[in-house]
Design a protein. Structure first.
Ligand SMILES: [Zn+2]
Length: 446
């Protein structure tokens, strides 16, 4: 019998030869651009000023000439008419059924309206993710979050239902109650931020005497919200703690859920090229990068999002194409190692470019250290000072010097920087559920 999942999954699209896929993408781009041109004052003005019309779009190179949209432009129009979204809105207000907003870690949040059609599109994009990660109608999925006004777990919830999974919303409960509920219901899968999923395992062991790898039935974990699941050392920690497969996905409120890891885990994530167009741009020349392994800025379009379209959005994410095709058979291209940085986050310390994820990779690869760490960059006189706090596990107390030597050496190799490192008792650094703030750059304040 055909299940929801079989009906949903469209292998024809996911395995389409590249040429055909690109033809489809150009046509879909032209269609969404025309929609925005006709229905939003913001887009019409943007395109008229640049002298491009939807009918001009015939190739990928034509698409690269279409002006980009940045988050700051979205912020500028919001709280204006039609209130509170502004004139990027392409539908009458009465067609809007969902309000969401960005989490605002980098400035004022952006409001995101969606119609019911958009909401079905969100569920579909998540169903691609979950199907590729082995979710089927036999799964019972526990989601340990109150979803609030943030889209990620709402969309994960609906995507899992669309596939035919049974979904348990675990909001309101505290961490201990969530673990006990997962155990009681024999949940087979969960979705969470990497930070929270590690914290849950820790709480289970220390407060409840439950070993998630042995005493729970979780077989797969889909991560969202932070880059951790694409950082090999963090992924390994989560997989060992839970005895489960850990998969990453990448999405954003103003874009959609555009990328996912499949069960082959090829060291990268597929771009959902049926629903999105991802172009990588050389930050200096603006040219499209096609060659693998060369990092650049992502410019992304969602083909089917209609209320507040996402067309040539400059996300500030730094990504690169993977050299290889995935053995899973999908022709959707892979990006290597997920989002490798954010144009905003990558910062110069002592004249050296530093991506904070590189520090996480080092800390979490050392088994004697706890999951948490904190990095603070300050200015002392004219020089940058970078301090790193880590937690030493109690069982490693007698090997302090040895652990310190490994840490210093690895940090030097991976980041080319020296740090003032201090050890702290296990459990003393702050814990986070979502959007951890482990990297603090205080140079701009003083
Ligand atoms: Zn694959």
């Amino acid at each position: 019998m055909l299940t929801n999942a079989d009906k949903f999954w469209n292998p024809l699209l996911e395995t389409l030869p590249r040429e055909k896929l690109q033809d489809l993408q150009v046509r879909k781009f032209r269609r969404i651009m025309a929609w925005a041109y006709e229905n939003s004052k913001f887009h019409r003005k943007l395109y008229k000023e640049a002298g491009v019309q939807p009918a001009d779009i015939k190739t990928m190179e034509d698409i690269a000439q279409v002006p980009k949209v940045e988050k700051s432009m979205m912020r500028n129009i919001q709280k204006k008419e039609p209130y509170p979204y502004g004139d990027m809105l392409c539908v009458p207000l009465e067609r809007v059924t969902e309000f969401r907003q960005t989490s605002g870690t980098t400035g004022q949040p952006v409001y995101q309206p969606d119609t019911w059609q958009d909401w079905e599109w969100w569920a579909e994009s998540w169903a691609y993710i979950l199907y590729a990660q082995g979710y089927r109608s036999t799964d019972r999925v526990f989601i340990p979050f109150g979803y609030n006004i943030f889209v990620a777990f709402w969309a994960g919830h609906y995507g899992a239902e669309k596939l035919g999974c049974e979904v348990v919303p675990g909001g309101v409960l505290n961490t201990e109650a969530r673990i006990l509920k997962m155990q009681e219901l024999r949940a087979t899968a969960t979705m969470a931020t990497p930070t929270y999923v590690l914290g849950m395992a820790d709480t289970a062991r220390r407060k409840l005497g439950i070993d998630p790898a042995k005493d729970l039935n979780i077989q797969k974990i889909t991560c969202a919200g932070e880059p951790g699941a694409s950082i090999p050392a963090t992924k390994k920690r989560i997989e060992e703690a839970w005895g489960a497969k850990v998969y990453d996905h990448i999405g954003a409120t103003e874009i959609g859920a555009w990328s996912y890891e499949c069960m082959e885990k090829p060291g990268g994530l597929h771009v959902n090229e049926g629903l999105f167009l991802v172009q990588i741009e050389d930050p200096e020349t603006g040219e499209i990068i096609e060659e693998p392994g060369k990092p650049g800025k992502m410019v992304i379009t969602a083909f089917d999002r209609i209320a507040q379209p996402c067309i040539r959005f400059d996300s500030k994410d730094i990504i690169m194409w993977h050299e290889e095709q995935c053995p899973c058979g999908r022709t959707f291209r892979l990006i290597k190692g997920g989002v490798v940085g954010r144009a905003d986050d990558i910062t110069k310390v002592k004249g050296v470019l530093l991506a904070p994820t590189a520090i996480e990779e080092v800390v979490r690869a050392i088994p004697e250290l706890g999951d948490e760490y904190e990095v603070t960059v300050t200015k002392k006189g004219d020089t940058d000072d970078i301090s790193l706090k880590v937690e030493l596990l109690p069982e490693a107390e007698n090997r302090k010097d040895e652990v310190m030597a490994i840490l210093v050496d690895q940090l030097r190799v991976k980041t080319n920087l020296r740090y003032n490192i201090s050890f702290h008792p296990y459990g003393s650094l702050p814990r986070y559920d979502v959007k951890a703030k482990r990297f603090k750059d205080l140079r701009k304040i003083h």
